[in-house]
Ligand binder design. Structure first.
Ligand SMILES: Cc1cc2nc3c(=O)[nH]c(=O)nc-3n(C[C@H](O)[C@H](O)[C@H](O)COP(=O)(O)OP(=O)(O)OC[C@H]3O[C@@H](n4cnc5c(N)ncnc54)[C@H](O)[C@@H]3O)c2cc1C
Length: 352
């Protein structure tokens, strides 16, 4: 479904010039499109989704969360005809409160994503499409992408702002606690769970690194490697120095109340109570299209970008979690901001 901005601006101006008119007179004067403008706000908002028919854009952004919207904001302010295609599944959707992003510390993720989208959609040249990109290809003039609904769009430049997909471990209750009491990042949630009895579900260097960071926030830390420990000797010495125990028993389940961790159950039947946990889990890209188009991935599985967010394929850019080591809203917004500016620069240089 489309969500273009033309009508948004029209609504304002129509109301301004026709304030003395009755609803019916206004409908007669403006015809069908006027009828749309006179709908109550939520309905007219809905109608806007269906009123854009252009299939050709200067830029297509796949992913309309923090990174994608940030890129779109810069492009909208540069009058670039831009389509955002978004599946509406940001990775932080389950977390009750987001932290460590200036002006929005403690907001719900949806609260400020909604505000961001509203502000971006105030720019005339931006169109929003609710849907999933399922395919795409290089064309003579740029790129073509197709959606699960069968729509096809073209653009000179393509942005992947698609985030990443966290791969949940095979532990009952883990997914339900993710982002609530089992978290990925001390900067995002560590302050709120300071001084709590904390598990670190990780192994190897990651376990040591997380424990060293979290040690500043709580002294009650236990590392759970869920299998044979693979922590190097010099790291083991440091963990010992800070009285951080390691449990190697395999985890089978997490018991919880609405995502609030209660106990960790091991495969041998023993249990251990914790208030919260940090977990380092694997991820994959949300779609294979970047690779199919030739974009290189890094050894960690991120889309490779240079400092201008250009991928290894000309005309394709990436920003946000899919291409950043630091996973945060601020980093996603930063990457989107650079992307928008670089695309505008590249389009300008190509045509000026
Ligand atoms: C549980 C959890 C809690 C977090 N808490 C915090 C916090 O408190 N503070 C903080 O700063 N950071 C936090 N983060 C990190 C932060 O949420 C991410 O860094 C940020 O969301 C990345 O933004 P993004 O736009 O790159 O990706 P996302 O926000 O993940 O958005 C990606 C978007 O792309 C769309 N998409 C993907 N594939 C397609 C496709 N094929 N077609 C169309 N659309 C597609 C998705 O539907 C989604 O809307 C948290 C992360 C997690 C997982």
């Amino acid at each position: 479904m489309f969500y273009g901005n033309h009508k948004y601006l029209d609504i304002g101006s129509s109301r301004k010039h026709t304030s003395g008119m009755k609803r019916r007179e206004l409908i007669e004067l403006l015809g069908i499109s006027g009828w749309v403008l006179t709908l109550p706000e939520p309905l007219s908002y809905f109608a806007k989704y269906n009123n854009m028919h252009s299939k050709s854009f200067e830029v297509i952004i796949i992913g309309g969360s923090y990174a994608g919207l940030s890129a779109a904001l810069t492009l909208g302010r540069s009058l670039r005809k831009t389509l955002i295609i978004d599946g509406g599944q940001p990775c932080n959707r389950q977390t009750p409160h987001s932290h460590n992003f200036l002006t929005q510390d403690g907001s719900t993720p949806k609260e400020f994503a909604t505000l961001a989208k509203k502000q971006v959609m105030d720019y005339d040249s931006i169109t929003f499409y609710d849907g999933l990109v399922t395919g795409g290809k290089k064309t003579e003039k740029g790129f073509e992408v197709s959606t699960s609904n069968g729509d096809v769009f073209t653009a000179a430049k393509l942005v992947f702002a698609t985030g990443i997909k966290d791969l949940m471990p095979d532990i009952d209750g883990f997914a339900e606690c993710w982002g609530i009491s089992v978290v990925h990042c001390p900067y995002c949630h560590g302050y709120e769970i300071r001084n709590k009895k904390t598990a670190i579900i990780a192994n190897g260097d990651k376990a040591h690194h997380l424990a060293s960071l979290v040690n500043n926030l709580t002294k009650e830390i236990t590392i759970l490697t869920s299998g044979p420990g693979e922590i190097e000797d010099h790291h083991l010495e440091k963990l010992k120095k800070h009285n951080i125990p390691i449990i190697e028993k395999e985890i089978s389940a997490i018991t919880h109340q609405n995502g609030q961790l209660d106990q960790i159950i091991f495969k041998d039947g023993s249990t251990e109570a914790f208030d919260c946990a940090y977990a380092s889990i694997p991820f994959k890209q949300t779609l294979t299209l970047p690779e199919e188009l030739g974009c290189q991935l890094t050894e960690h599985g991120h889309i490779e970008v240079n400092f201008m967010q250009r991928t290894t394929v000309e005309g394709i850019y990436a920003c946000g979690d899919n291409s950043a080591m630091m996973r945060s809203v601020a980093t996603a917004v930063y990457g989107g901001n650079i992307t928008g500016a670089m695309i505008n620069n590249d389009l300008t240089q190509e045509s000026f």
